[in-house]
Design a protein around this ligand. Sequence first.
Ligand code: HEM
Length: 406
Amino acid sequence: MSTATDPTGNLDLPTYPAARSSRCPLHLPSEYEQWRLGDGLQKVRLWNGETAWVVTRYEDVKLVLSDQRISADTIRYPRMHPGAEQMQVPAFPRMDDPEHARIRLMMTKDFTVKRVEAMRPQVRTLVDRFIDEMTSKGDAADLVEAFALPMPSLVISLLLGVPYEDHEFFQKHSITINQPDVTPQEKSQASAELFGFLMELVQRKQREPGDDLISRLIAERVETGELKPEEVAMNGLVLLIAGHETTANMIGLGTLTLLEHPEQAAVVRDSDDPKVVANAIEELLRYLSIAQDMIWRAAHEDLVIGDQEVKAGDILAVNLPAANHDPSFMDDAGSLDVTRSARGHIAFGYGIHQCLGQNLARVELTESLPRLLRRLPRLRLAVPLEEVPFRGTMAAFGVHELPVTW
Ligand code: HEM
């Protein structure tokens, strides 16, 4: 078990998130199983030297994410988000109900199954366009740069009405915001610049509205006095970051995982039944559980979770990968089996903060992965697996680059 000494409390605690084995990077760190089997909750040391309780068992995670005594508003603990207190406008994922629900409900209609299914033909066209562009340049590429990142970035840009020519700017800043080992100053600088960019966009759309989510929020909510322009900008910022980073990582890592499991890839590639493909994507979501270090909560009262006494003000790190690999939820959970039902997985979270964009992510994934495998039947890694740079401790697990050839 990895340990580190806390300079403030002389505690000798495991560090979190734990490191994955470089030989089996797709497997979860072995500590997660030990913690799940241990008594109570595991206390860990975070990147900033602070301590937190890690919640790893499937049932405990669901309880934490649905208990109203536990808050998503970790911003009020500045040690958890250094620099974030300077942000004047709160983001709804870090709010509790009823305020969270009030804002979230203004956007749910843009992400219903019906709404995003209507975007499927457009997503399919974009998937083909990026594959065409990639293959027109030769027979090898970095799949992240050529496909996994630009495709969802363009989809969310179109939906929000963000000019796609600014994608390098917002992609770079999103990475900084989600990276654990950058300074608080760098993080708040990146957040402030992205917020400024969205604020300018909102002002432009107030003058020249388009057919997009930001223009709709302005027309329906700013003009009625329900939202301030800066709140629209913050909602745009949340959706822009959440809408491309996670899906991009899931496409990159999902492709790599299928290349490492050719018999499972064959199911995704060869089936013409959309239900079989959709089922396979759910199992990939469960197996990979890429939201490895982004679910934080704070106890607002003293309480007991998983036989552990937790004090008001304690921070909880909700470990979705460990929960989705809990044998009490899924037999043989450490294996990938795209033919089984992963129903009940919590890769998109659970409770009131469950992913707002999950239906969109599903459309993007069910279009991307089979299409890549069908159009490029000889798709394979261009380097040994050990040379693929993994996003070890990033908030969302994935690969920085995926060198492939076909
Ligand atoms: C495979 C891709 C994705 C994964 C694995 C994922 C995962 C998650 C998870 C685990 C949460 C819960 C956070 C929490 O409880 O604190 C979440 C929330 C959220 N996601 Fe996603 N997400 C994905 C794609 C997307 C997309 C495409 C969008 C936007 C279009 C999006 C927008 C959001 C938003 C706005 C929230 C906050 C919801 C709230 O607090 O009410 N996500 N996501």
